[in-house]
Design a protein around this ligand. Structure first.
Ligand SMILES: C[S@@+](CC[C@H](N)C(=O)[O-])C[C@H]1O[C@@H](n2cnc3c(N)ncnc32)[C@H](O)[C@@H]1O
Length: 242
């Protein structure tokens, strides 16, 4: 045991194989190996019935494409909820949900268990939402082929906030959008970063970062961070603190 609480992220998908490469690399592999995070994969088709295990059908009223049927999806979610001692917070990936940002990531990371429900084709039969009342989340105003990439984005962002996952506990507080980046607690963009060499193709690292004066470095960083936020994402400065 590592002394940390394990976070469980159950993924419900028609294409579990999409996740296998992703789960076996880098930070996620380490987090799973150190029992900080677990990501069980569930194939929704396992809850479909009939010879062909059909999960989709044509839309009532006509139109292109296929719609995910309610029975296998609702039954898959109910069965997966029973697979751990306490039920998880159910997230449905959909372009029609509330938009993912760092505040939403923090909310999701506060749960010990999440279920990530991935759609495909033309999306879900409306009754799935009506019956299960999931937290519907979109990763942006564009259409993906399926919810798997969106689920991976959530997993990637959430595990950074799970205690013990990042080598340096403070590094997620130094990132863009963190409320803890500066004392003013506004969510802003991180300052510019530089590493060696001191000069490259005539471009020099700002002198203030080289002189070893931590107070000056901190002031420069805050100033640089506010300037680039004003230039690139002024909308962040107009938001209320959350
Ligand atoms: C082709 S999309 C269906 C889009 C649906 N017909 C619509 O217009 O709202 C198939 C699936 O991909 C996922 N998806 C697509 N875009 C997404 C986004 N921006 N955020 C989260 N999930 C998305 C959802 O799970 C969705 O059910």
């Amino acid at each position: 045991m590592n002394g940390y609480n394990i976070m469980r992220l159950d993924v419900l998908t028609l294409f579990p194989e999409i996740f296998t490469g992703y789960l076996s690399q880098s930070l996620l592999k380490l987090a799973i190996g150190r029992s900080l995070v677990e990501v069980p994969l569930h194939n929704i088709r396992d809850w479909a019935i009939g010879k062909h295990r059909t999960v989709d059908d044509r839309p009532f009223g006509g139109g292109p494409g296929m719609v995910l049927k309610p029975e296998p999806v609702v039954e898959a979610v109910e069965a997966v909820q029973q697979m751990a001692t306490s039920p998880g917070h159910l997230v449905m990936l959909t372009p029609q949900g509330r938009r993912l940002d760092q505040t939403v990531v923090e909310q999701l990371a506060s749960h010990k268990r999440l279920l990530l429900l991935c759609g495909r084709y033309e999306g879900f039969d409306q009754r799935i939402s009506d019956l299960l009342e999931p937290d519907e989340i979109s990763i942006g105003d564009y259409i993906l082929n399926g919810g798997e990439v969106a689920a991976m984005a959530i997993i990637d962002a959430v595990i950074r906030l799970v205690p013990g996952v990042l080598g340096d506990q403070e590094s997620n507080q130094q990132d863009s959008f963190s409320p803890n980046l500066f004392a003013h607690q506004q969510r802003v963009l991180e300052h510019a970063q530089y590493t060696r060499p001191r000069e490259y193709r005539g471009q020099a690292v700002p002198e203030v970062l080289l002189n070893g004066d931590h107070g000056q470095v901190a002031r420069w960083r805050e100033q640089n961070s506010l300037e680039r936020t004003r230039d690139r994402r002024a909308d962040l400065l107009n938001r209320k603190k959350q």
